[in-house]
Design a protein around this ligand. Structure first.
Ligand SMILES: Nc1ncnc2c1ncn2[C@@H]1O[C@H](COP(=O)(O)OP(=O)(O)O)[C@@H](O)[C@H]1O
Ligand SMILES: O=C(O)C[C@@H](O)[C@H](O)C(=O)COP(=O)(O)O
Length: 319
């Protein structure tokens, strides 16, 4: 019996999004606080879509840690496996700059953050066993002991026939060099059932400057993956199956406010659709529509849409 459609493992942090748009961060005076961190955003998005979700991570024993855990519980995520850091490590912070709808950047504060101190002993087999799918974020592999905790969670998922979804989620902060990224990304990608990332993230995985999708899928389909999703921003996304099929998902038109949040909302809705038995083509559309909604809103997590909002947008732009 599975209790959770999806358990995500990795960071749950704080986003501080510029309230004043279209100006550099130097001139931004006000920021709004939201829960952030790619795997947390994916779990929040999936939970808002009605999936039953759990989370494995580590948060600080302070006001930010409690804010993160309270918000995640309020949206329906099981937070029983979010360890509380007792050594004074702090939450990661992501300040966002919205220079224009297409020029956004993130200034991350991630030195010695609590999420990278998740210990392998804090990953529980009985918990992972209860999931249909484990969503692993690449950033959790950046440093020990979180690296070993994530590797352990993948091993336990495989042992218990839990589907492993690897969201590459490459963030340069805290990685030492490109070789290291490629080593750990390859280890996990080769053991995952589904791998999702942008073209640039797959380049990091393969340690190449200009990869192409054909080479990527030829390499990964020699290993465990059955489904690979490669995102190309507004140009849309592609899904490849081990049986040799290719599907293309178009991006939906959107009144874009900022670019971040697209990837996490895409993953949440794509995985929701697959869980509900939709086709891969439909899942690409759910992912793209969800992303189009989130890029038109101020936050990543709080802006995650409902199924009705996603389906309304798909219907509206069906031609
Ligand atoms: N400006 C945009 N307008 C509408 N949809 C977008 C936009 N940017 C991204 N998307 C959608 O979000 C998906 C993921 O975006 P992408 O930028 O590739 O990922 P990430 O946010 O992880 O870098 C795209 O495949 C597309 O469907
Ligand atoms: O992942 C983070 O730590 C920052 C996120 O919370 C932030 O909302 C963001 O950058 C999401 O961007 P995405 O990868 O484009 O979904």
């Amino acid at each position: 019996m599975t209790t959770y459609d999806l358990i995500a493992v990795g960071r749950a942090c704080i986003d501080l999004n510029a309230v004043e748009y279209n100006r550099p961060m130097e001139e931004t005076e006000t920021f709004s606080k939201y829960v952030g961190g790619s795997p947390a955003n994916i779990a929040i998005g999936a939970s808002k879509l009605g999936l039953s979700c759990g989370f494995i991570g580590k948060i600080p024993d302070d006001q930010h840690g409690r804010f993160i855990s309270n918000y995640m519980s309020e949206v329906g995520i099981d937070t029983s496996q979010m360890a509380i850091d007792k050594d004074g490590h702090k939450a990661g912070l992501a300040f966002t700059e919205i220079l224009s709808p297409s020029e956004c950047s993130i200034l991350m504060y991630r030195d010695d953050v609590a999420d990278l101190y998740l210990e392998p002993s804090e990953v529980n087999e009985e918990y992972i066993k209860q999931a249909k799918m484990l969503v692993v974020s690449g950033t959790g592999l950046a440093q020990s002991p979180s690296r070993e905790a994530v590797l352990k969670s993948v091993a336990l998922a495989r042992k218990n026939n839990v589907q492993v979804v690897f969201e590459l989620d490459y963030r340069p902060y805290t990685w030492k060099n490109a070789e290291e990224v490629s080593v750990y990304y390859s280890v996990v990608a080769e053991q995952s059932d589904v791998v999702i990332g942008t073209r640039d993230e797959f380049n990091m995985l393969e340690n190449v400057t200009e990869g192409n999708n054909d080479n990527t899928v030829a390499y990964l389909f020699q290993h465990a993956p059955e489904l690979i999703v490669i995102k190309h921003g507004v140009e849309g996304s592609y899904a490849y199956t081990k049986e040799g099929e290719t599907f293309r998902g178009k991006a939906y038109k959107s009144n874009v406010l900022k670019t971040f949040g697209a990837g996490d909302s895409y993953a949440a809705a794509f995985l929701y659709a697959l869980t509900k038995g939709k086709t891969i083509q439909e899942a690409l559309q759910y992912g793209s529509a969800s992303a189009a909604i989130v890029v038109s809103k101020h936050s990543s997590s709080e802006a995650m849409p409902t199924v009705e909002q996603i389906e309304a947008l798909m219907e509206e732009q069906s031609n």
